[in-house]
Design a protein around this ligand. Structure first.
Ligand SMILES: Nc1ncnc2c1ncn2[C@@H]1O[C@H](COP(=O)(O)OS(=O)(=O)O)[C@@H](OP(=O)(O)O)[C@H]1O
Length: 285
């Protein structure tokens, strides 16, 4: 594959962001302040994820539950990402309930949404698989300043300097918020949804306050299977090699195909140190 020229990455508050975030056009301060000042509706759902944790998947499950449909949303999910939309007032015309997704840390979420205790769905994924998924994304899409090998990417991850900040700080911050404001955030795990989609989608429906039949839940699980989404969803990177990067593999444990024994040991040491006060129960299968 032809190598891409690196592009400069915008920064704000010590964190770098992908080049498609409209920092250059609007100014970083304005983009982030607009998110924090965003006027929330009671019915808004924020889908909060660190990158590559299953955002597109979660988005489709939520929209199917809320809209009582099994149709995948048309097109690329780009008009719901808080930091990706240049002009947030464009969301004024989106009918309720709106699903708004973001990879920004909890402290940058819309203040009103938090004050009103509106719902937040948070998906966590084994960070080793997140790292591998991120690596593939970075290779195909020049949204971060990366042009290297797996080992280079692994080092970048370990340095905590990837876009949106370190996985650890993201997850620890949202875990703390979940403790501080009980009932507002629903945390689910990529691996659980993959292994028991019907059970997990039912739990999500309960959190969202959506009543639906067992048949509908089963249909949503089928419609949002990796195979169906990979086949039917348009992925902008299909222009690169026909495969895209959003619906790449959709598996648990792909990290084992990339991490060396030494990298895995080093990762575990960092993970155990950073997460020593966390109660997150992750699956490292
Ligand atoms: N339906 C379904 N089932 C299982 N897995 C799925 C599904 N849809 C997307 N994916 C996988 O999620 C990974 C992409 O995560 P995100 O959507 O969060 O990416 S992004 O940060 O918004 O770019 C990416 O993971 P990898 O395949 O490991 O790269 C996707 O394949």
């Amino acid at each position: 594959m032809e190598k891409l020229e690196p592009v400069p990455q915008p920064e704000w508050d010590g964190i770098s962001y992908p080049s498609f975030i409209p920092f250059r056009e609007k100014g970083a301060e304005k983009v982030m302040q607009d998110i924090m000042d965003f006027k929330s509706r009671e019915s808004d759902i924020i889908l909060a994820t660190h990158c590559k944790s299953g955002t597109h998947w979660g988005y489709e499950i939520i929209q199917m539950l809320l809209r009582n449909t099994t149709e995948l949303e048309k097109g690329v999910k780009s008009n719901s990402m808080l930091e990706g939309i240049g002009d947030l007032s464009s969301l004024d015309s989106t009918p309720s309930p709106r699903i708004l997704d973001t990879h920004c840390k909890f402290k940058y979420l819309p203040k009103q949404h938090i004050e009103k205790r509106n719902k937040i769905v948070h998906i966590v994924r084994n960070p080793k698989d997140v790292c591998v998924s991120f690596y593939h994304h970075a290779l195909k899409d020049n949204f971060i300043n990366f042009n290297g090998s797996w080992n280079d990417f692994y080092e970048l991850w370990m340095s905590g300097k990837l876009v949106y900040g370190a996985w650890y700080s993201y997850e620890l911050e949202i875990e703390q918020a979940e403790k501080d404001i009980p009932g507002m955030i629903y945390t689910c795990f990529y691996e659980d949804i993959k292994q028991e989609p019907v059970k997990e989608i039912k739990k999500l429906a309960d959190f969202l306050g959506v009543e639906c039949s067992a048949t509908h839940i089963e249909d949503v699980a089928k419609a949002t299977s990796f195979k169906n989404m990979q086949e039917k969803k348009f992925d902008i990177t299909q222009i690169f090699d026909g495969k895209g990067f959003i619906y790449r593999k959709g598996e648990i444990g792909d990290w084992k195909n990339y991490f060396t024994v030494a990298q895995n040991e080093q990762f575990d040491i960092q993970f155990n140190e950073k997460m020593k006060d966390s109660n997150l129960k992750l699956t490292f299968a």
